[in-house]
Write a protein of this length. Structure first.
Length: 96
């Protein structure tokens, strides 16, 4: 019985993967992902050109920028809350 299931799984895999192999054998069907930079100016144009030039550099810059922006926004939120009188530095529970 296990040999039958192995053969059925092999046949199923062959039937499911065969169309992908046939389509992959075609030449000239390569997809190129680019950003349209005609309407961008300033930092948006730089960001789109960075994406177009190399996806690895774009990913690395994104990985660096996201935590930096998060820290800046967190500091700004802390400043605004302290100005409003909300003290987040002490851990006093309001529930009694």
């Amino acid at each position: 019985m296990p040999k039958l299931f192995t053969k059925l799984y092999g046949l199923l895999a062959l039937l499911l993967l065969f169309p992908a192999q046939v389509l992959a054998a075609e030449e000239g069907g390569r997809i190129v992902l680019v950003a349209d930079t005609r309407k961008f100016h300033g930092w948006e144009a730089w960001w789109a050109n960075l994406y177009n030039e190399g996806h690895l550099v774009f990913a690395l810059v994104t990985i660096v920028i996201i935590p930096v922006c998060g820290c800046i926004l967190g500091i700004l939120a802390d400043l605004v809350m302290s100005r409003l009188g909300i003290d987040l530095k002490k851990r006093a529970l309001a529930e009694h």
